[in-house]
Design a protein around this ligand. Structure first.
Ligand code: ING
Length: 312
């Protein structure tokens, strides 16, 4: 019995700093309705899908910073999204800034959740690879202060049986690190969902600006192919509070091929009917981990003791 899953990747255009949560959520609800009308069973929203990407600017007032975070999920502004998902019968991935109180300690994370079509919370992920830094960069046109505003995720990379397959999650910069896909694939993931806020200018590496789109797609396509997974990457695109961000929302097959891609920098839905069994030629043959994957512990050449240098 083939395992088809129709997925909608819901690219977000810019969200202004002054945009209210309810306005942002109403855009997501619109996309959810459009996705269901296209027959989709799962819709993937982006990273920090409820607000502007506030790590792009300096905030030194605690209360002002915490206003960007959700204390409960669903909360007063997001319950309507959960209710609409149940009414329509569609599951979703949602990225947002999470303020958690654990053992009476406040924790802040860059988080995503996976929610079933009946509204049940399937799983949560907290971003592990936080790019940028914790200090203000006076010469940069914009900041990336994720290390200041978020803690490193403490949930690891997990995969869950859902939507007829095995689904894993990550967020933005995670997609650039091969271990993200490998750990998820070792845990059985067949489908990896992620959202991202990716500027098209890297202030301290402008010499590779022209490669932003290429590196973004290269990371996801190689992750998909080398681990036999479907990968869905969803942008917060366009010029948001002065920061120009890439679009290139894409649905990528286990072959590494891009099967659907956005073509704007606005709210845009791309849809694809994914055959989850397309993972098999890769997971069962080319990248059969049990049969072919071997790990050896290599000492860096400089620290090898007594090693004779290779013949010239
Ligand atoms: N943003 C960017 C990303 O990893 C970045 C940061 C941009 C890193 C370009 C390297 C090059 O896509 C987030 N939010 O992780």
């Amino acid at each position: 019995m083939p395992r088809f899953l129709s997925i909608a990747a819901a690219q977000s255009g810019p969200i202004a700093r002054r945009t209210s949560r309810s306005e942002a959520v109403s855009r997501l609800v619109e996309q959810m309705r459009e996705a269901r009308a296209c027959g989709c069973e799962l819709i993937v929203f982006t990273e920090c899908a409820l607000t502007a990407f506030f790590p792009h600017w300096w905030i030194d007032d605690e209360a002002e910073l915490e206003a960007w975070f959700e204390r409960t999920m669903p909360g007063p502004d997001t319950q309507v999204l959960f209710d609409e998902a149940v009414r329509l019968g569609i599951g979703f991935y949602l990225g947002y800034a999470e303020l958690a109180v654990e053992n009476s300690v406040k924790r802040r994370y860059n988080t995503s959740i996976l929610v079933a079509a009946d509204g049940r919370m399937i799983g949560k992920y907290r971003k592990i690879h936080l790019p940028g830094g914790a200090d203000y960069q006076p010469h940069h046109p914009f900041q990336n202060l994720e290390k200041r505003y978020f803690e490193v995720g403490d949930l690891g990379f997990q995969a869950w049986r859902a939507f007829g397959g095995i689904v894993g999650m990550c967020i933005c910069n995670d997609r650039r690190w091969p271990e993200t896909y490998r750990v998820l694939a070792l845990r059985g993931a067949e489908l990896i969902l992620l959202g991202y806020n990716t500027p098209d200018h890297i202030p301290d590496q402008p010499e590779i600006d022209h490669l932003c789109d290429f590196h973004h797609l290269l990371s996801m396509q190689s992750g998909a192919y080398q681990n036999g997974c479907w990968v869905v990457g969803v942008a917060k695109a366009g010029v948001e509070e002065g920061v120009s961000q890439i679009g290139q929302t894409a649905i990528i097959a286990p072959s590494g091929e891009i099967v659907a891609r956005s073509s704007t920098l606005k709210d845009e839905l791309i849809v694809y009917r994914c055959d989850l069994d397309l993972v098999k030629p890769y997971k069962e043959r080319l990248f059969n981990f049990e049969k072919h994957r071997r790990i050896e512990h290599y000492q860096p050449i400089a620290t090898q003791t007594g090693a004779t240098p290779p013949e010239e």
